[in-house]
Design a protein around this ligand. Structure first.
Ligand code: MN
Length: 206
């Protein structure tokens, strides 16, 4: 499947004449290892969007409570449509009435190391591990560091929507818990959701 096919759902939901989100038409540039991004999205319901670069798209999950630094916190992660790679940089206001209308900040970003392996400890292709419903990886972000796992616990279908858990592996990092989304600041511009919504704060902003 090409990126064009994988982004069909993403594009079908949006009017790029009205929203400032990227259409994914530009060729994104790779290098430096696969990327991850965590955005905070003040939509109808506040949530975190957790995205991992897999090939030429960002695999995406909506995480209502956001990632935790405590391995005891299993965080619900509901898959959403693949997003274009340039979405990593998207911060701004999606107009009211449009799909996902509300304010978005980039809370954290960086690279990740795929760690998925089979029961015998042999490395497994990361995309394949996600398709099978269990992937492990180490994040190297500005805020998030260390090993996490994404595990599907419910298949989509008659029983309801597909659902996963995002769980921290390894030692807890006290003091690195999930931020209050309304006080959290963008890793790109230092702005809060309110400042982005108002078009204030940050470097060079009015
Ligand atoms: Mn979202």
């Amino acid at each position: 499947m090409t990126a064009e096919d994988r982004l069909r759902t993403y594009r079908g939901k949006r009017d790029f004449g009205r929203t400032g989100e990227p259409s994914g038409r530009a060729t994104a540039d790779g290098g430096g290892g696969p990327r991850f991004v965590v955005q905070i999205h003040d939509a109808r319901r506040m949530h975190f969007d957790f995205r991992l670069q897999v090939g030429d798209v960002l695999k995406s999950w909506s995480v209502p409570k956001g990632p935790s630094a405590d391995p005891a916190d299993k965080r619900l992660a509901v898959p959403t449509e693949d997003h274009p790679l340039e979405y990593e940089d998207f911060e701004g206001v999606i107009p009211k009435g449009e799909y996902g209308g509300g304010t978005v900040i980039v809370w954290d970003h960086g690279t990740y190391e795929p760690l998925s392996h089979d029961r015998r400890g042999r490395p497994v292709d990361f995309a394949e591990s996600l398709e099978r419903g269990h992937a492990t990886f180490r994040l190297h972000g500005a805020k998030l560091h260390g090993e996490y796992a994404l595990t599907r616990f419910r298949e989509g279908g008659a029983d309801g929507e597909e659902a996963w858990l995002l769980v921290r592996k390894g030692p807890a990092r006290p003091g690195h818990g999930t931020p209050d989304p309304r006080r959290a600041r963008s890793v790109r511009t230092g702005r809060t959701l309110a400042q982005v919504a108002a078009g204030t704060g940050g470097d060079g902003a009015p």
